[in-house]
Write a protein that binds this ligand. Structure first.
Ligand SMILES: Cc1cn([C@H]2C[C@H](O)[C@@H](COP(=O)(O)OP(=O)(O)OP(=O)(O)O)O2)c(=O)[nH]c1=O
Length: 187
């Protein structure tokens, strides 16, 4: 059996991949993520996912390696993880009362072949007050998440509507990933 490795430090991705009831290991990549504002978000998340997977694959060439990347976009602007609490406040103010996209890219590297795909989900936020945003930042939840919120956590109360794959917003489009892994005869 070929070893499957998740090239991620994200506890959410580990939890989501566990839903498939397959055995896998986790090995985080050391790739520095560069937010290229000129690239299409769908291309960018696949490129970053591929960089993470390639980095780990180079150390475990006999394995199947899965990398992923998530970014939020609003009106053509790309939002990654916040660099500070002020940055988180700015992002959440932008998302307030608006619909944004969450792009997650996935890269599967196996036997010298690379398979990439991306999933886009639309999320609409209720109008948020400054007090609500400040209180949310105080929970610490936004700081390691693209767009400064976690739909799976306290950030859930901001969400009015979602169109697309919930799991992709959390960081891993698990149904599409399972289908790809089956197609590639990996699971
Ligand atoms: C929008 C959103 C993002 N996120 C998370 C998913 C990703 O972990 C993170 C985006 O950062 P990423 O750079 O995609 O991932 P990461 O640095 O956490 O992990 P790694 O690169 O090692 O795989 O934001 C949520 O958990 N919930 C949400 O609702």
């Amino acid at each position: 059996m070929t070893k499957i490795i998740l090239a991620s430090a994200s506890p959410r991705r580990k939890e989501l991949l566990s839903l498939l009831k397959i055995s896998f290991e986790v090995c985080k990549s050391d790739v520095e993520e560069i937010m290229d504002q000129t690239m299409h978000p769908a291309e960018l998340v696949m490129k970053l996912a591929e960089q993470k997977a390639t980095d780990v694959y180079s150390k475990y060439t006999n394995s199947v390696v899965i990398g992923a990347d998530t970014i939020v976009t609003l009106g053509g602007q790309k939002l990654g993880k916040p660099t500070s609490e002020d940055d988180a406040f700015k992002m959440l103010s932008l998302l307030s009362g608006n619909t944004h996209e969450v792009y997650t890219g996935v890269s599967i590297q196996s036997r010298g072949t690379i398979t990439n795909f991306n999933v886009c989900t639309k999320v609409t936020f209720y109008q948020l007050t400054d007090e609500e945003i400040h209180a949310y930042i105080q929970t610490g939840e936004p700081m390691d998440k693209a767009g400064s919120y976690g739909i799976q956590g306290f950030g859930a109360i901001f969400v009015k509507e979602i169109e697309g794959d919930y799991y992709s917003v959390v960081g891993l489009p698990i149904s599409q990933l399972a289908r790809q892994l089956r197609k590639l005869n990996i699971i």
